[in-house]
Write a protein that binds this ligand. Structure first.
Ligand code: G1P
Length: 292
């Protein structure tokens, strides 16, 4: 069995949900406390055993490449000032070996993944989407890789969402269940409200076999007029079983403004350096609001 060593991180989206801040800055660089969202995704990939990462970028995404590169002036400055803690943090990002490819037309997630096909070749691979940060004892992607190792089949990470939110996600129509793993009848991208076959939503973590590229090659436009990864997964499911795995861990939705604000607050509260002050700050703000 081939092991999963390569991962694709699509990061070419325009970030329209965050405008105007994303006019000149990639949404993947928006910070959760003190790290850009994409660094959490890269860290999860590495902790899951991934050795080669390719980020699919687009126009205006240079800052991502700079973040994962050395900045000699800055490193030299931190060294001279003996700010070793900070130097270590800055160096973490620059020591990760990352490859980049540009998605030249914004044709959707399926197309972004397809852009990395030559880098992947004939191996199983992972996809991690940047809109979901996962905190778990065993990293979210690692859990899916373990399922791939058990089944030698593609596996999609899912979690339950409230039914009124199903139209925002790829949704799974489950067949049989064994522990946390489901055999799947259908994968449906963004079903209309009231039409979702379940509330098991695809959560931005995938392990896929390379045959998916054959379908992405000729995939027609789907929901939102874009080439959808979910539609290609549905096609491949007819030939080789694709499993859904309800992974353990807490998922943070950083792909929309309120989820992003909440994640920042939660991560700040979890951080020893800030938690007491942030808690006090939140209490003060609520008292101020009540007194207006
Ligand atoms: C994408 C996928 C969708 C998935 C979601 C998770 O949608 O197409 O299947 O459920 O990510 O965040 P997007 O949010 O990019 O529209």
């Amino acid at each position: 069995m081939q092991t999963v060593k390569k991962a694709i991180i699509p990061a070419a989206g325009l970030g329209t949900r965050f405008l105007p801040v994303t006019k000149a800055m990639p949404k993947e660089m928006l910070p959760i406390v003190d790290k850009p969202t994409i660094q959490y995704i890269v860290e999860e990939a590495i902790e899951s055993g991934i050795e080669d990462i390719i980020i699919v970028t687009g126009k205006g995404k240079r800052a991502i490449e700079d973040h994962f590169d050395h900045n000699f002036e800055l490193e030299d400055n931190l060294m001279k000032k003996e700010k070793f803690d900070m130097l270590e943090k800055v160096n973490y990002a620059s020591n990760v070996d990352i490859h980049y490819i540009r998605q030249k037309d914004p044709k959707g997630l399926g197309h972004a993944v397809w852009c990395a096909r030559k880098f992947i070749g004939d191996e199983p691979f992972a996809v991690l989407l940047g809109d979901d940060i996962v905190q778990a004892e065993t990293p979210g992607l690692r859990q899916l890789i373990q399922q791939y190792e058990d089944t030698e089949s593609s596996v999609v990470g899912v979690q339950q969402v409230p039914f009124e939110q199903t139209h925002r996600y790829g949704i799974v129509d489950p067949n049989t269940v064994e522990g946390r793993r489901y055999q799947v009848n259908n994968f449906v991208e963004k079903p209309q409200q009231g039409n979702a076959p379940s509330n098991l939503a695809i959560m931005g973590r995938y392990v896929l076999t390379p045959e998916i590229f054959t379908y992405l090659d000729k995939q027609e436009l789907g929901a939102g007029g874009e080439i959808q990864l979910t539609d290609a997964i549905q096609k491949i499911n007819a030939l080789q079983q694709v499993y859904a795995y309800d992974f353990e861990g807490k998922r943070y939705d950083v792909g929309e403004k309120l989820g992003f604000i909440r994640t920042n607050l939660e991560f700040a509260l979890q951080n020893e350096a800030y938690s007491d002050d942030v808690e006090q700050m939140m209490k003060d703000l609520l008292t101020e609001k009540a007194n207006i």
